[in-house]
Design a binder for this molecule. Structure first.
Ligand SMILES: O=P(O)(O)OC[C@H]1O[C@H](O)[C@H](O)[C@@H](O)[C@@H]1O
Length: 551
């Protein structure tokens, strides 16, 4: 197993971090503003082009020497070995003893990905073909409900069985020409009630999406949906109105969904990496099989880039190293994702699961405490909306929050007015964060606006922007299926690189279990079937208060 962290490697990683601390001291005396002024070639030196995509990481508090030290860290931490182990189908998810092979889901037909000596690419192709037949049948009306062609498709799933398809179908709305899509995830009955209100059961298709087919939210919502269908169109119609995506096809059958309408995937696909699998069926129904293949092809292009490009030109590696610099060397706790694209409004939520569930870990692969901080808080909202809400803190708050900006050169709308304004705002924010405004500049601006000298002094510090606040910027032609596939895959591989440097298992999620277990214990207490004696006083008090209100 090449992924285990030996004592020698741990020592080498600690030494590499020590060297980075020295670079930090040097760079603390610098500003990005000064570095740009001193080096007209900075953009060229600190950006990477891949096809029409530019990854600009020049607005970061790094220089060539710090980057070399970061690349050394990646090497001594075994990033290349971890990457090779993933592509080779090794069981790098050591706590669940599974390979991590979402890359196989977007492989070309002539590629080989081995799990225990078997090429899984053929299995992937077979499921994709079955999904294509089903999706195209739903789109054409050849596969219909009891009341005719499906007008509405409701995906029932949560976490990785929801966020990917929900984000992607929203992002690709200009490419949607299938039936209307809806996503129900929350166990809160409001979600399914509000979604089904106004839908015609006879023309509604439900997709029950669950890797494990045991998730309580999904099973509860699926049963409610089933009852809704049975009540409206009868028990016999259930088969026409349900399909499922899961690794547990036996459980799908036990639930009563026809196995010919069950699309499988494998335990080497993590939930948060599963949008490329059968879990992507709603995307395929929305945009068609051909465009879905283009989405896969975009991810595949990045897989090859990640596998083959030298580390210093490797976009996911650079994304990861810049993140490590801020998280571990400068101690910044958060990372903002700021797409200048309204259709990417669920992108930050998607990345939250991808990044925080993967690298929100506190022990290494061998179960020892991680000696450094691990995954940051990932959050964000599209620009320009965020500008009028939380950017104040980004510009003048006491924390520095590195950000990723994402923007397309072209929108999908015919009139360029909006898009040009959008792009200008994106560039302006990245520039403002980097440059800031000195107190001297603030004074000059106030004076030239005619303010009296006393007012100038009173306001100058309030109008000072410290600047030197870092960001990356992703620029691409247009957010089409291929471009979106590329973007997601970049972040997936960033997670692998950071996980390798921290020495954690990025592919399990035990941290979600405890709350689930306690919810099962608490349910009978909330229902009034058991008493809460023995719980902590807060929990018992709240249970009592809820019981009293329920009467
Ligand atoms: O697809 P499912 O098995 O229903 O799981 C849905 C989600 O719930 C779990 O609790 C995990 O935290 C997620 O990683 C997963 O995506």
């Amino acid at each position: 197993m090449t992924v285990a962290r030996t004592a020698e490697r741990a020592i080498a990683v600690a030494a590499a971090f020590e060297k980075l601390a020295a670079h930090r001291t040097r760079l603390e005396a610098e500003t990005m503003r000064a570095m740009f002024a001193a080096d007209p070639g900075r953009f060229g030196r600190f950006s990477v082009s891949f096809e029409d995509l530019i990854f600009d990481y020049s607005k970061n508090r790094i220089d060539a020497a710090a980057l070399v030290a970061l690349l050394d860290l990646a090497r001594v931490a075994g990033v290349e070995e971890r990457r090779a182990a993933m592509f080779a189908g090794e069981r790098i998810n050591v706590t669940e003893n599974r390979p991590v092979l979402h890359v196989a889901l977007r492989a070309a037909a002539d590629e080989t990905y081995l799990v225990d000596g078997k090429n899984v690419v053929e299995d992937v192709a077979a499921v994709l073909a079955a999904m294509s037949d089903f999706a195209e049948g739903v789109r054409s009306g050849a596969i219909a409900g009891t009341g005719g062609r499906f007008t509405d498709v409701v995906n029932i799933g949560i976490g990785g069985s929801d966020l990917g398809p929900a984000m992607v179908t929203r992002a690709l709305s200009p490419y949607r020409d299938g039936p209307r899509l809806h996503f129900v995830s929350n166990v809160d009955g409001a979600h399914i009630a509000d979604t089904l209100a106004g839908l015609d059961p006879a023309r509604t298709l439900f997709l029950v999406a669950s890797k494990t087919f045991t998730t309580i939210e999904t099973m509860t919502n699926a049963r409610t949906a089933r009852a809704w269908i049975v009540e409206a169109v009868g028990e016999a119609a259930v088969g026409d109105h349900f399909a499922a995506m899961s690794t547990a096809l036996d459980k799908v059958a036990a639930f009563g969904i026809d196995t010919r309408r069950a699309f499988g995937f494998w335990d080497w696909v993590g939930g948060r990496y599963s949008v490329w699998s059968a879990i992507g069926l709603p995307v395929m129904i929305a945009i068609g099989a051909e465009r879905f293949r283009s989405f896969l092809a975009g991810a595949r292009a990045i897989d090859h880039h990640f596998r083959d490009a030298p580390l210093d030109r490797n976009i996911p590696v650079l994304m990861a190293l810049v993140g490590i610099w801020y998280r571990n060397v400068l101690g910044f706790p958060a990372h903002a994702v700021l797409p200048y694209d309204q259709r990417l409004e669920r992108f930050a939520a998607y990345l939250q699961q991808l990044d925080m569930e993967s690298n929100g870990k506190r022990v290494t692969l061998d179960g020892r405490p991680v000696p450094t901080a691990t995954g940051p808080l990932v959050w964000g909202e599209p620009g320009t909306n965020g500008q009028h809400a939380f950017y104040q803190l980004l510009h003048q708050g006491t924390d520095v929050i590195p950000a990723d900006f994402l923007v397309a050169a072209h929108g999908h709308e015919a009139d360029p007015t909006h898009h040009d304004l959008l792009v200008a705002n994106c560039l302006a924010q990245a520039e403002a964060l980097m440059r800031g405004r000195t107190t001297e500049e603030a004074r000059a601006q106030l004076a030239s606006s005619g303010k009296a000298p006393g007012e100038v002094e009173r306001l100058a510090l309030h109008k000072t922007f410290p600047g030197n606040r870092p960001s990356n910027l992703f620029l691409y032609d247009r957010l089409d299926p291929y471009a979106l596939g590329r973007l997601i895959a970049l972040y997936e591989h960033k997670v692998l690189v950071q996980g390798a440097i921290w020495g954690v298992n990025s592919y399990d999620q035990w941290g979600v279990e405890l709350g689930k277990e306690l919810a099962i214990e608490l349910l009978p207490m909330v229902e009034g079937k058991a008493d809460a004696a023995g719980r902590d006083a807060s929990t018992a008090g709240l249970v009592a208060a809820i019981r009293a209100r329920k009467g």
